[in-house]
Design a protein around this ligand. Structure first.
Ligand SMILES: Nc1ncnc2c1ncn2[C@@H]1O[C@H](COP(=O)(O)OP(=O)(O)OP(=O)(O)O)[C@@H](O)[C@H]1O
Ligand SMILES: [Mg+2]
Length: 432
């Protein structure tokens, strides 16, 4: 009681108070006054029953907007708001390996408490341009068609683009199991809750060795989903800074963008293409550019899945992601009809750095594969109706003779991981 009196007196004196007060509760955000925070500051909102954390997302003349990490339900006008000067941090350490955590670093796998020494800020700048290392080493993923025809380098950022249910998660699981990285960080953002154990059991075979899963499901608040991706990237950076080559995978960029869409629209941002506010487009590079290779440190090789609705590659998120990433792997629903798994559309996919990191012999074989495969596709109908006469075109003849070999090269059982050398040798032999 005495303390309340003192506070009241202090308030009357109009001194800068050490806590603010919620003055309005709206759908999606809270309005508070009494502090002078900056955008991105973390605040704790407290009443006698509960406390929650939120982020300052907009500033007005005498007040500021706070978006809570949970939901606005349960918050009331008059609740106190304290500033957390340390910002948003995620606990980091080797103890995270094998664990499933939420974006705040709390374990959600029922395997008990997590005790970690260190922490990392969730929001960090990308690798400085002059500190970026050259991508000059192959990063093998154990998937034949990617290693052979879309070879990826240590520190490269790639996108896996596909419609729903085409096979993104399955391919992600294949890459996680087959990749040559020592540390694997997986961000599952905006998936349905039931998909998380399913992903661990089905796609990873229940094996979380050297793997960390950061999960924000579709029923988490938009802020949790948004910062879940950044938190996972910070975990990857922690290991990269220790010199490790890290594999970072995120499923999906689209759901991450949708979280920002909800936040942006609730704060009054104008919707633009497909309802996405402009802040979404600046957010994607802030996340993606944090992957890469840094001089004298390790690397983060990143795969981001992008959901393309109705297989529409001109979707704004798909478009923006493609412009930031150095490679795109496109999955094609049409291929699944022919039982081609993983259903990678080789002709539409590209790894921009491949030619800098593989041998001449490999480049030649991959080029020839693409050429012959595209010839087959162009003439598919003619061949099928028997209108093509063998001997009319030498190159097409060769393509037809190698058709089965090429199709087999693209197919791989989802629980099979193949060595890099073997995949390349098979490609070179096939193209001889
Ligand atoms: N490599 C594969 N081998 C055999 N079947 C596969 C393979 N990849 C995908 N499938 C089949 O396709 C289904 C959907 O795959 P998956 O869950 O990976 O798709 P998704 O693109 O992640 O879907 P969503 O958009 O719902 O997240 C699987 O349940 C499986 O039946
Ligand atoms: Mg999926």
């Amino acid at each position: 009681m005495a303390l309340e009196n003192i506070r009241e007196k202090l308030n009357r004196l109009n001194l800068s108070p050490s806590f603010g007060v919620i003055i309005k509760v709206e759908q999606g955000f809270l309005l508070a006054n009494g502090l002078s925070p900056s955008i991105g500051d973390i605040v704790k909102i407290v009443n006698e029953y509960s406390s929650t954390i939120g982020m300052v997302t907009a500033l007005e003349e005498n007040s500021f907007k706070v978006t809570p990490f949970s939901f606005v339900e349960g918050t009331r006008v008059g609740d106190k708001v304290y500033l957390n000067t340390k910002g948003l941090q995620i606990p980091v350490g080797n103890e995270l390996l094998g664990r499933v955590i939420n974006p705040l670093g709390e374990p959600i796998d029922g395997k008990g408490e997590l005790r970690v020494e260190g922490s990392m800020p969730i929001i960090r700048p990308p690798i400085a341009a002059m500190k970026r290392g050259m991508i000059d080493e192959v990063f093998s993923v154990g998937v034949k068609s990617i290693d052979g025809l879309l070879t990826c380098g240590k520190g490269q950022k790639l996108g896996i683009f596909a419609g729903s249910g085409v096979g993104k998660s399955t391919l992600m699981g294949m890459i996680v199991r087959g990749a040559s990285a020592k540390i694997k960080v997986i961000a599952l953002i905006g998936e349905r809750g039931r998909e998380v154990p399913e992903f661990v059991e089905k796609n990873l075979g229940g094996d979380l060795t050297n793997t960390i899963l950061v999960v924000a499901t579709s029923d988490d608040s938009p802020l949790m989903r948004k910062y879940g991706a950044f938190a996972a990237m910070s975990v990857a950076e922690y290991f990269k800074n220790k010199g490790e080559d890290v594999l970072f995978m995120m499923d999906s960029v689209t759901r991450f963008a949708m979280a920002q869409r909800e936040i942006g629209l609730s704060l009054g941002e104008p919707p633009t293409s497909k309802g996405y506010p402009p802040s979404v487009l600046t957010l994607l590079p802030q996340l993606m550019e944090r992957a890469g290779k840094e001089n004298n440190q390790g690397s983060i090789t990143a795969y981001f899945t992008v959901l393309v609705e109705g297989d529409d590659m001109s979707d704004p998120i798909a478009d923006q992601s493609r412009s930031i990433l150095d490679g795109h792997i496109i999955l094609d629903r049409g291929l699944t009809d022919f039982g081609i798994y993983p259903p990678i559309n080789i002709l539409n996919s590209a790894s921009r750095l491949m030619n800098d990191i593989v041998t001449q012999e490999h480049i030649q074989a991959a080029r020839k594969f693409r050429r012959l495969y595209s010839l087959l596709k162009e003439n598919e109908v003619l061949i099928r109706i028997g209108a093509y006469q063998m001997g009319s075109d030498k190159e097409l003849d060769e393509a037809i003779s190698k058709k089965e070999g090429m199709e087999n090269y693209l197919k791989q059982d989802y629980n099979e991981a193949l060595g890099y050398e073997a995949s390349i040798n098979e490609l070179i032999a096939l193209m001889q």
